[in-house]
Ligand binder design. Structure first.
Ligand code: RNT
Ligand code: ZN
Length: 416
């Protein structure tokens, strides 16, 4: 018997269909964020990263242009099992030599190269307007600015992004999740908290008034608690964003698990929102003490979030996207560890005996629920994971890192 066969038998004892779990996982897309590769800079400006988010570290070899970024993403794709979707930010528009248009004027053609990459791998694309790192972020405000000209610019950016999202969906045949996040807020106690929120509400409504096909474009609003330099007040707070999505048909709430107070957990929020929304979206990250956007690892809360999606039978109702950026380590490795970790979390959730555990809860057999929950933690999950990677044609163990080291030597170290 192989190690996989014997592991499978142990899981079967708890009523788990391992083959089915693997088949299911292969069909679930996870969005791979382009911004891990160049520290959230993009191709449309020279200035620094703003908006209350920050990358730290200066590990050599970051991608300097679209060719390098795509080459790096293809490397990551080759090292990760599972179905991928691309996640692109508007600041990653690709211009012809000498061409430039500002964000309110971008068009589908500026993203044709991304469509080419997606088609090469049979992937869909998710999209994000970029409301940061730009001179029109006036006093740290965009869609909620008191300056009408500023708001108008960003509303037009949002509308352009709706059109680009629809183009992505039409080209790839996969719906495009378009996420609206702004870093709008104040460093210190504001005198007016509602004014900016009313302006934000009206601005998003104007963006969503752009005609689009609801089956193709899935707009979301992402909430946040605070950012660097924006500690006292965030316009798009949790209550604001959740209420906005609830009150606007077709708009999804997006929860980023770095955007809550440290003892709040998104794993518990997933089943709460699924009681009310047909579909929701997630940004999967790893906050250490704050919204630090560390690389996702196979830790307890990551596992718990995946378990909730599976237990709620909501794999087709939750859009999952990675969102982290670490510039202190090899970026290809950072990307790969994060993607593989979320795959592990999903596989782990799918081979958890959820039906049995739920039955124990409903019978109020809470003692036995604890006993079984603890026993299954030491089942040979690694053997199932290894088998899954083999069937996906990617390295099953840490040997993928040899490829990254080779790539660093041959490609990354030549960039400067
Ligand atoms: C920032 C938000 C947002 C960004 C990306 C780049 O705190 O999480 O989602 O990380 O849009
Ligand atoms: Zn996010």
């Amino acid at each position: 018997m192989t190690r996989y066969e014997s592991a499978k038998q142990l899981y079967e004892k708890f009523g788990v269909d391992v083959e089915k779990a693997i088949r299911t996982l292969k069909e679930i897309p996870v969005s791979l964020h382009c911004w891990q590769g160049d520290d959230v800079i993009g191709f449309d400006h020279d200035g620094p990263l703003t908006g209350g988010i920050q990358t730290t570290g200066n590990y050599p070899g970051k991608a300097r242009n679209w060719q390098e970024l795509m080459q790096d993403m293809e490397k990551v794709i080759s090292l990760c099992p599972g179905k991928k979707k691309l996640n692109v930010h508007a600041c990653y528009a690709i211009f012809e030599e000498g061409e430039f248009v500002d964000r309110d004027k971008i068009e589908p053609k500026h993203f044709a190269k991304w469509v080419e990459l997606a088609k090469k791998y049979g992937m869909g694309i998710d999209f994000n307007p970029t409301f940061f790192s730009h001179p029109m972020c006036k006093d740290g405000l965009t869609l909620s600015s008191p300056d009408e000209e500023v708001r108008k610019f960003w509303i037009n950016h949002g509308k352009a992004c709706i059109r680009i999202s629809q183009y992505f969906a039409e080209e790839t045949g996969v719906p495009c999740v378009m996420n609206i996040w702004t870093g709008d807020g104040y460093k210190d106690i504001p005198a007016d908290r509602m004014g900016p929120r009313m302006r934000y509400k009206e601005s998003i409504e104007e963006i969503l008034a752009e005609p689009y096909d609801k089956s193709k474009v899935k707009p979301c609003v992402e909430s946040k608690v605070f950012g660097i330099g924006v500690e006292a007040y965030t316009t798009g707070s949790a209550e604001f964003s959740l209420s906005f999505a609830a009150m606007h048909d077709g708009c999804l709430p997006l929860m980023d698990n770095g955007h809550y107070h440290p003892t709040e957990v998104v794993s518990d929020k997933i089943p709460a929102l699924l009681c009310f929304f047909d579909e929701i979206a997630l940004h999967i990250t790893r906050p250490i003490r704050w919204d630090s956007d560390h690389v996702v690892i196979f830790d307890d809360e990551t596992k718990e979030m995946a378990k909730e999606i599976v237990r709620c039978d909501a794999l087709d109702r939750v859009y999952m996207a990675l969102d982290y950026f670490d510039a202190s380590i090899n970026r290809i490795s950072a990307w790969t560890v994060g993607f593989r970790s979320w795959q592990k979390a999903l596989l782990n959730a799918l081979v958890t005996p959820n039906a049995l555990l739920k039955q124990l809860q409903d019978e109020n057999s809470l003692t036995k629920l604890m006993v079984i929950s603890e026993e299954i933690k030491t089942l040979p999950f690694g053997d199932i994971w290894e088998h899954y990677c083999e069937t996906e044609g990617v390295p099953a163990d840490e040997s993928w890192f040899n490829e990254v080291e080779k790539y660093e030597k041959e490609v990354l170290s030549k960039r400067n």
